[in-house]
Design a protein around this ligand. Sequence first.
Ligand code: SAM
Length: 218
Amino acid sequence: MMDRFQKQRLKMVETQIRERGIRNPRILEAMSKIPRHLFVEEALADQAYNDNPLPIGEMQTISQPYMVAMMTDALDLKGREKVLEIGTGSGYQTALLAELADHVLSIERIASLAGNARRILDHLGYYNVAIRVGDGTYGWKEEAPFDAILVTAGAPEIPLPLVEQLEIGGRLVVPVGGRYLQELMKVTRLSEDINDLKKENLGGCRFVDLIGEYGWSG
Ligand code: SAM
């Protein structure tokens, strides 16, 4: 989409994403196209392509572009997947997943954020996204299993229902740890046995709390 932020967007992709080692051409192309400035309030539009998270209201944030790219890269999407996202937030990450997978189900606990995200995603034509308001730590059982699950808030431990709702071979990416600092974990389900998991630590990160039954109590 050509707009007045095109130059800033391409610079963001080059300096914050590609030069830091994300080489997946589908991610680079999608991030070059998605108008990130539309996912923040107008007063912050000029900062939308900066190298940091930004407030989106309700004490929540739109994640740093590099973090969005890194988590998405870890999901290893090829285009045919059914993806579950926990923590819709602004909807920016949701739009990226919608570009890279077949369809996306996203759960947000704060109704006003879910409403804003829905509006902008509809405006941009992302009709392969379903959004539900609720506690995403339960997952979305009726729609399971998922090829990939992404949690965009920090959990005290890996939420068990999400592991149970992973397809065999499916990937779950979730920040796990304390309230202020977490490790970004990638969990791959290897067989029917939900204890048969490959766990990789992708490095330190800092997210807002995942609040819910299998998260923090609030
Ligand atoms: N990826 C989003 C973006 O770029 O805009 C950022 C998401 S923000 C860091 C985390 C979101 O998770 C917040 O909107 C928060 O309300 C939501 N959240 C926290 N706990 C949740 C839960 N149990 N279920 C669903 N959403 C939750």
